[in-house]
Design a protein around this ligand. Structure first.
Ligand SMILES: Cc1cc2nc3c(=O)[nH]c(=O)nc-3n(C[C@H](O)[C@H](O)[C@H](O)COP(=O)(O)O)c2cc1C
Length: 199
């Protein structure tokens, strides 16, 4: 079930490189795209960098609204992740009705983010809302954007006490890791490293 994650544990949600769904909303228009490239960059307050191509509609809405969200899809959302990462919301008619945005076109159920009210995707295993940190020089030169995490939630069947717990009995809640062309790996196995103990 969906539970709040302490903000000081938020970077752990993405430090293993999951593919994320970036959601945005501005002036009644909302959008969603896939991003394979994201990483934590600061502990406190928790900050995350995401590569968002300036040509995307996501970039337009993110820059205009100053906020965005990251939702971590699970294996049953692989098709959806590939689809929203293969078409632009800019090309979809904004006049309303079915098909007026990617959420409607693909029947994506959402709930409102607790702090920023952003559309978060039902059925994911973790969700973060971020305030955009404007970095004019970096953003001019690169497609990297930075955000400060203001809310974090995760499904407690797979993320508990600030840790992922990827097991065979919760495989349907594992994260997706993009290998290219819509092929994803999932963390099917984990290995515990032991510290050297002095005798
Ligand atoms: C699995 C997957 C991962 C992707 N990762 C990224 C990424 O890290 N950064 C990026 O800018 N685009 C990435 N893309 C491409 C965008 O999702 C794609 O350009 C999308 O159509 C943009 O949609 P928009 O114009 O509606 O925002 C990825 C696509 C897929 C399918």
């Amino acid at each position: 079930m969906r539970k709040d994650v302490q903000l000081n544990h938020a970077s752990r949600l993405v430090n293993h490189g999951p593919t994320v769904l970036v959601t945005t909303e501005h002036n009644g228009r909302r959008n969603i795209m896939a991003a394979a490239w994201s990483m934590p960059v600061e502990f406190t307050p928790p900050r995350i960098a995401v590569v968002v191509d300036k040509k995307t509609f996501t970039s337009d809405l993110l820059q205009a609204s100053g906020r965005f969200a990251l939702c971590l899809p699970v294996p049953s959302l692989a098709d959806l992740t590939y689809r929203v990462g293969s078409e632009s919301g800019r090309d979809i008619d904004s006049s309303g009705g079915t098909g007026s945005d990617k959420f409607a076109r693909h029947g994506i159920a959402t709930f409102a983010g607790p702090v920023l009210g952003l559309p978060l995707v039902e059925g994911c295993c973790a969700w973060l809302e971020l305030r955009h940190i404007r970095e004019a020089h970096t953003e001019q030169a690169y497609d990297t954007v930075f955000g400060e995490v203001v809310s974090a939630q995760a499904d407690d069947r797979v993320f508990t006490n600030g840790r992922w717990s990827f097991r065979a009995d919760n495989a349907e809640l594992h994260t997706l890791h993009h290998l290219g062309a819509g092929l994803f790996a999932v963390p099917a196995q984990t290995v515990q490293g032991e510290r050297l103990v002095a005798r």
